[in-house]
Design a protein around this ligand. Structure first.
Ligand SMILES: [Zn+2]
Length: 238
């Protein structure tokens, strides 16, 4: 099967910090001949961040589901969240209740290895954060993909990266190959792609229209490593 660059699992809209509406995203993706996209707007337990989506999560969910229905013959649109892992309570009981209040198609978590935080630094251990996300995946108790957006490998020392890879191998979490970060070009990141049991995703992290579907580079990387069979939603791509 030859994968075409007609999909993108990481797109932002006006629901968080993107500049397009969901409809504009859908129309643009259709005009580019894309077949499968995922809108994954930012979600944080910090009430000051992205208050719109936090206040109106049901509307976000319903709007994208309705668009998927409307555009169904041309494109499929998945609804996801990109959860900010910088807050110590990013997977508290309350957060889990909110995240599972709708049947999101998948979940991305961001700022896993990023050392910058508004919260106590001891909560920044990537192993701890990945363990929490693993538990969240277990709570879902189904096959919906849960994974890590644009993992910042460059912040990890070699020894720590080894531990992170070991941890990832124990989980069923995917790692995203992201267009907007050149981090995956880093030699250390390739070790993640080389590990045969780590699932992968591809996303542009588009915040503006023209970046939507800009996945050539990570797609070629996936092919070069013979890793296409590890891509999430592979059976829905044509
Ligand atoms: Zn993003």
């Amino acid at each position: 099967m030859v994968l075409k660059p007609n999909f993108d699992f990481h797109i932002h809209t006006k629901w968080s910090d993107g500049i397009c509406t969901c409809r504009e995203v859908a129309e643009y993706a259709v005009s580019k001949g894309m077949r499968l996209i995922g809108i994954a707007d930012h979600f944080s337990m910090d009430p000051e961040k992205n208050p719109k989506i936090a206040r109106r999560l049901p509307d976000y969910y319903e709007e994208i589901r309705a668009l998927d229905e409307e555009f169904r013959s041309q494109i499929r649109i998945k609804v996801a969240l990109e959860v900010d892992a910088r807050t110590y309570d990013f997977l508290s009981d309350k957060s889990i209740e909110t995240l599972t209040s709708h049947n999101f198609d998948y979940y991305l978590f961001e700022y896993i290895t990023d050392p910058y935080s508004y919260y106590p630094i001891e909560t920044r251990d990537p192993i701890l954060i990945i363990s929490k996300i693993k538990k969240f995946k277990e709570i879902l108790s189904d096959s919906r993909p849960v994974g890590i957006a644009h993992m910042e490998v460059r912040y990890l020392k070699d020894e720590k990266l080894e531990k992170v890879i070991e941890k990832l191998l124990e989980t069923q979490l995917f790692v995203e190959l992201n267009t907007s970060k050149d981090n995956y070009k880093h030699e250390k990141f390739q070790r993640i792609i080389e590990e045969k049991d780590i699932k992968l995703s591809i996303g542009s992290d588009a915040h503006i229209q023209t970046r939507i579907g800009d996945i050539e580079y990570p797609l070629n990387l996936l092919k070069r490593y013979n890793a296409t069979n590890r891509l999430i939603f592979l059976n829905e791509l044509k």
